[in-house]
Write a protein that binds this ligand. Structure first.
Ligand code: SIN
Ligand code: CO
Length: 387
């Protein structure tokens, strides 16, 4: 499935992080990549994050966290409801394949694909998200109302978990059918309501670190490397007229101590790459049941078997000198020469064939395969989540 009638460059220039956009079925041949039953099945799995929002009255929403018993869905009658399942791309390859159409945004900004299924009138209520989202109508129809720009100060209703807006200032209404997309930038109020009993929405969600997360994470990392004897020193101290003053010179030295420690760009790149590539659900173990050996990898490559990235894995890299530093699921790999090219290629494609692999390339692929971050096509067991 391809986003044929869509111009990523124009979209990025005119709408990304700026204004909502309705995109009328831009696909060559839209087919919803997941069935309602499959979604309900995932919502019963303990390692899958899911929620059920039931509208128990006008303007009243109730939230229940999964996992759910299969019987729970049988009794959902009367009140409009929505079932929401997070990271469906990690479990359904056809949903993961959708993401490849949105890689005009870098890997490190992509979060996951959440899928919702709703009965007529169902929705999660008026809210805003901190992140960009493409809301793709998978099947059925949904009415989206788009509202005002919100921030931390925007008044919310009392229900803590649902974070619903106290007021909604409607600016535009879009009725979406199968294949249609609504892009919503961060902070823009929106409210979706299912128009029929077969309403499925796939949300391609992005992530953006807050300044607070960056400062805390990076400074914690720097702190771990500082020693107690790395201290303020003032040889050649000049006698002061007023001993009560903290002089500008002293402040300059003190602040320089902090900024120097935090300003190491190369270390920052490594810390950020590794922490940003930590899996969304680190407790899920994707390792193969039996570890692979060098010969298994060599054999698969010799047969031309494609390398597949695990959709639940996070891959990115930074350039450093002549090489690249590869980050996969929180692990860091220093790659030079042909291994650097391989690392960059794996980050750029969900699936690839590797020709003429050198021993160093095989070593990297073996390490990644044994982490469960890649598998060889057709070898489904190698990418099986065993919880
Ligand atoms: C939904 O799919 O019902 C909610 C998605 C969203 O508003 O972000
Ligand atoms: Co939303």
């Amino acid at each position: 499935m391809k986003l044929t009638h869509f111009d990523p460059a124009a979209f990025l220039a005119q709408h990304w992080q700026q204004t909502p956009l309705q995109i009328r079925n831009p696909w060559d041949d839209w087919q919803c990549p997941v069935e309602p039953d499959e979604l309900a099945g995932l919502a019963c799995e303990p390692e899958v994050e899911s929620r059920l929002v039931v509208q128990t009255g006008p303007e009243i929403w109730a939230l229940k966290q999964g996992p759910f018993d299969a019987e729970r869905f049988a009794v959902l009658e009367g009140s409009p409801w929505t079932l929401l399942v997070q990271a469906v791309d990690h479990h359904v390859p056809e949903v993961a394949a959708l993401l490849s159409q949105f890689r005009f945004v870098p890997n490190w900004r992509i979060d996951d694909v959440m899928v919702s299924f709703a009965s007529t009138g169902g929705g999660v209520g008026p809210h805003f998200d901190q992140y960009d989202v493409f809301l793709i109508q998978g099947r059925g129809r949904r009415r989206w109302r788009v509202g005002q720009i919100c921030d931390e100060a925007t008044p919310l209703r009392p229900h803590q978990e649902l974070k619903l807006l106290a007021d909604f200032e409607e600016k535009a209404v879009y009725d979406l059918g199968p294949g249609d997309i609504l892009y919503v930038p961060p902070g823009v109020a929106h409210d979706g309501m299912a128009l029929d009993d077969d309403c499925m929405t796939l949300s391609i969600g992005f992530r953006a670190p807050s300044r607070a997360e960056l400062v805390t994470g990076w400074s914690d990392h720097v702190l771990d490397q500082l020693t107690d004897d790395d201290r303020y020193a003032d040889p050649g101290l000049a006698a002061q007229d007023n001993p009560g003053e903290i002089t500008a010179e002293a402040l300059d030295r003190l602040q320089a101590m902090v900024l120097e420690a935090l300003g190491d760009r190369e270390q920052f790149a490594r810390w950020f790459g590794a922490s940003n590539s930590t899996p969304k659900y680190p407790d899920i173990d994707w390792k193969p049941e039996e570890p692979l050996a060098l010969g298994d990898v060599r054999g698969a490559l010799d047969e031309g078997v494609p390398v597949l990235r695990n959709p639940a894995s996070r891959f990115s890299f930074v350039r450093e000198g002549e090489g690249v530093v590869l980050f996969v699921d929180g692990e860091t790999f220093e790659c030079l020469a042909e291994v650097a090219d391989l690392a960059a290629d794996i980050c750029g494609a969900d699936e690839m064939t590797v020709e003429g692999a050198t021993p160093a390339m095989v070593d990297l692929l073996l390490a990644l395969a044994n982490m469960g971050s890649i598998a060889f096509a057709g070898d489904e067991d190698d990418c099986d989540d065993e919880g």
